[in-house]
Design a protein around this ligand. Structure first.
Ligand code: PEP
Ligand code: MN
Length: 337
């Protein structure tokens, strides 16, 4: 930890700080500049975290030296992590596209969509069987019946499936049917849920919380990895800003930042970012150009009739167009689709 003393700090205050640091079993390194004094607290990270430096008189600011996200951080693994889901490689040269309806519905939407997206070049199928809805009166998903439909669609098309898990009590059930877990934006800091999926050996698509800083997003990944599951895919899905023209603001810069800060693969969900089908293809092109490892896109045979998120959902022809549009962009940045 780097601790900056205020210009008015006294020698006694400095001596007290050094005492506190050493009392915590750490080493204090005092560096006296012309204007201010900087103190380095060096040693065991857990012990450093326990010292309330800002509460010590004379301390103006402090900055951690070591990034708090150790396992998720690039320092931990210089190589980019590649994740296998069935025969798909995530984090490799190919930009992997995941498509499907927002919700698994009690009709043939899912299987129709699975066939169409597969034909267009998607590698995975998405669909929520447990839906986190803002209103308690909205459709909540089909639960296990929905998971069965996902498994049936995989059986027929060979597409791997990813679906959201919202509750620690459902992790076992979702694990039984899906190839990967999805943690939604609303649960991105549900630490018990993060720890629970961290105990399983299936990849986790971790959505960014809608008000999450990138460092908090990385700490959420750290929760999963700390339990033994290294296969986390970071999903930028738009954040809340003052702008209301789109449902969320796609933080395309997060893709670039995460590419530097973490070895984990980074996906973009342009559908929840845009909230409007008219902008999904443009945001997809931008995301691929920025270097994302994949896209998570909502697709439905008839978005008008979709049971959730119809406004941002692509019909099949628009999805085919998306695939055609991202191919040259991927090639331009040394990737393929
Ligand atoms: C979803 O993928 O349908 C979903 C609810 O996403 P998010 O958690 O990003 O809102
Ligand atoms: Mn949705």
């Amino acid at each position: 930890m780097i601790i900056v003393m205020s210009p008015e700090a006294t020698e006694d205050q400095l001596a007290h700080l050094v005492e506190v640091i050493e009392g915590a079993g750490l080493k204090a390194h005092v560096s006296r500049g012309t204007e201010r004094t900087i103190v380095g607290a060096i040693g065991n990270e857990a012990k450093i975290q326990q010292v309330p430096f800002m509460a010590i008189p004379g301390v103006e600011s402090c900055m951690p030296i070591v990034k708090p996200y150790k396992l998720a951080g690039r320092e931990f693994n210089k190589e980019k992590t590649k994740i296998k889901i069935r025969d798909i490689e995530i984090g490799g040269k190919e930009v992997v596209v995941v498509g499907g309806p927002c919700s698994v519905e009690p009709n043939d939407t899912l299987i129709q969509t699975a066939r169409a997206i597969k034909k267009a070049g998607a590698k995975m199928l998405r669909g929520g069987a447990f839906k986190p809805r803002t209103s308690p009166y909205d459709f909540m998903g089909m639960a296990e019946d929905g998971l069965k439909l996902l498994a049936d669609a995989r059986e027929e098309t060979g597409l791997a499936v990813v679906t959201e898990v919202m509750d620690t009590r459902d992790v076992e059930l979702v694990y039984k049917y899906a190839d990967a877990f999805q943690i939604g934006t609303r649960n991105a800091q549900n630490f018990n849920l993060l720890k629970e999926v961290g105990k399983y050996d299936k990849p986790v698509f971790l959505k960014r919380g809608m008000s999450m800083l990138i460092k908090e997003f990385l700490m959420a990944a750290e929760y999963v990895i700390s339990q033994g599951n290294n296969d986390v895919i970071m999903v930028e899905r738009g954040i809340r800003t003052f702008e209301t023209a789109t449902r969320n603001t796609l933080d395309v810069a997060a893709v670039a930042v995460l590419g530097v800060e973490t070895h984990l693969p980074v996906f973009v969900d342009p559908s929840h970012a845009a909230g409007d089908h008219r902008f999904v293809n443009a945001l997809s092109r931008a995301s691929v150009a920025c270097g994302c490892d994949g896209l998570l896109v909502e697709v439905h045979p008839n978005p008008e009739k979709a049971m959730s998120d119809g406004a941002q959902t692509l019909k099949f022809s628009k999805f085919e167009q998306l695939m055609d549009e991202i191919r040259p962009v991927a090639e331009a940045v040394g990737r393929s689709v």
